[in-house]
Design a binder for this molecule. Sequence first.
Ligand SMILES: [Zn+2]
Length: 255
Amino acid sequence: MTDLAVLAAGFGAIPLASILLYSFRAWLDAHREVVWGGFAGVIAFLGLSHAMAFVLEGKPFLFAGNDSLGAASFLLTGLALGGLLGWFLFEGPLIRTEPASIVWATAAFLALHSFGDGLVLGRDFVGASIPVVRIDSLTVSGTVVHRFVEGALLLVPAFAARWSLRGSFVLLFVPLVSIPAAFVPGWAFDAMGLAGGSAATLALSTFLAATEASVAIMLLVRGFLPIASADRGSRWIVSVMIGFVGISVVHFLVE
Ligand SMILES: [Zn+2]
């Protein structure tokens, strides 16, 4: 499992590097329509396209046991949970100020997303004597970009909420949840065997992806899009498209 440990640690730690953006926080603040628009495109891809594709891909497996009602309720619970979580963070009594609620909603989104990424990474190591993870320069650079962008996604609202350098850096520990997540498929395999373990992992991945999708739609319509479109003009629309297409291309290289 040493290889997985090294990979998971590297994968988990990359977002920490995006703290370098702290020096550019004034620029990021001055170009809100471009920056927030671009990240809205990234959230749309990661949270809606990618996560929902995962749900639809996992659905036939969940429905295979003929308990369609049970499978549908399971997925519906995941979607509802994400909606409730997003609602609680934006409209609930716990977080009083608007900028802070966007920070915490983004953190919740990235925690779910990173956990899901970690499960996918760990799944490749289960059952096979030789892991099927591709490691070449294109895959590695695609992964680095993907994880760096995720760190930046967390920092933009933190900078806007005037978080300190230390606070912003501590926030970047959220994507590290992908490290323990990478070991979950292995534990499930040890506890339940290959069939049971991979079924449990897939069910968990699908459930979390549904939750992530609901948090993402809340984050988009309540957080990023209103800020991106607050200034007049149409540059933010172009930025949304560039963010969406850009992160899609990165994923073509990685997966
Ligand atoms: Zn990711």
